[in-house]
Ligand binder design. Sequence first.
Ligand code: D5M
Ligand code: FE
Ligand code: ZN
Length: 515
Amino acid sequence: MREKVLKILLDHGTLIEPEAADFILKQGDPVGFINNFLEGRGNQPLILTVDDLVPAASLGNLDRPPAPAQAVRENPQTQGTLQTATSENGAVDAPPGKLAGGKTEPGYHIISDVTGSSTCNGSIENFTQYFRDRFRVLRRIIRSHAEMGASVKIAALDAQDREARVIGMVMDVNKTKNGHIGLTIEDDTGELYVLIHKDTELVKETYLKDEVLGFTGRLSSGRSGNGSPDKKGGMFIASAMRRPGIPAIREQRRSSEDAEVVFMSDIHAGSSHFLAEPWLRFMEWLNSPQAAKVDYIVVAGDLVDGIGVYPNQEEELQIHDIYMQYGELARLMAPVPERIRVFLQPGNHDAVRPAEPQPAIQEKFRKGFGPNFTFIGNPCHFALAGVEILSYHGKSIDDLVGQVPGVTYLDPIPPMHEMLKRRLLTVSYGGKTPLAPEARDYMAINPLPDILVTGHVHRAAIHRTSGTTLINASAWQSQTPFQKTHNFNPDPAKIIVVNLKTGRCRMVDFLSPAE
Ligand code: D5M
Ligand code: FE
Ligand code: ZN
């Protein structure tokens, strides 16, 4: 199928980015889709991107059941190059359902997940490739904003120009003595010192290392006397800034199936503070007529409490063996009706590498789970009955809470907005959230999902932005002594139910017995 689509494009003289090819293959009728697309538009860009295709997809195709699962878009040999249209053959119609337990069925397919595809060994080359991929993806999104289309490479900036646009990744942020902000940004041609004057609105923004930004401004060839690094004999005085962001209007996909998804998180099986009674009420509810439409459950990480995750955690454990904790999870999940497909994602308490993206838990921990359980990585981008979900445990919220004013543990929605603004689930390397330098950046939010779900903060929240519903799924653990010492107050034992056909969300609370 992929060869067919690529051939049509090649015949047309159009190249395509790997993500865009995957996007086409996800359509109900990929060949029909691309033919219609090419017909419907006269001048094509030389290289098609997902952003070019999304508007066409939202016109049709959406109510159709999703195409059979495609292999996750891994093809390390072709990373970092734009023109992969001819070299990518073979990546391609690989057998679907490569995730263990993830057999293909009409209702769901995995779009992007590191499980089984990790390429990194932590070398310098890995990091270079990783950040190059992040830059490539985010620069493309920034360029899709009209005013940023004419951006130039850093090396091509000219002090003669009255105004120029550049896009770069933030390498360093510092506040000058006079209250200005100095950013060092980098692209594939060089470094640039960007000065954000204290009298502009831009100085109120929070700039994070490793995010990608577009700037409008001018290159000053003279020194400003503030002691800042003076690359290329000048600095760039910013007058406007553009983040990748999300479109103001974007149509959310809806399913033709009247199916519901339960979003939940942070079960922490094995913890002494596991909420056993509310859990039983939840299991009863799942087997009641109220849950008749529930076809899927997504658990966004911290499946078990783990061992040695923080100092003296052993004092808060009921089960001290990691295998037995996963055994307990299987036992807790046993009452889930078999018709429901359950997606189990790891978090920072699970027995997988802490560096993100995290692969799914290993086979040896999957004993006792029925065939309706699918073990996914963190993050994981997948489609349920045609609606795209991006599920991420949310460890990076720990970093955002310290870095971005107004972001607290009390409301999980603001940190999710910060992620969407930057189109990154985890922004900075070297913070509290470890990053693994994979060949491509799984932490980039691309393409935009219909639903973004996180957990980790043990609170429940729902918020709609243009086109993407934000959900933070609650937890099944009451306040631990550790959390108490950190003044962290959870809001546990809640689930969020989303109807994939109508988009409607509801929250169900199991903390206290129903009247
Ligand atoms: O994390 C559950 C929550 O506990 C997380 O969202 C924040 C809070 N937490 C964890 N560690 C700290 C520290 N050091 N300070 C403040 N709050 C914290 P979990 O991954 O379930 O342990
Ligand atoms: Fe947790
Ligand atoms: Zn967590």
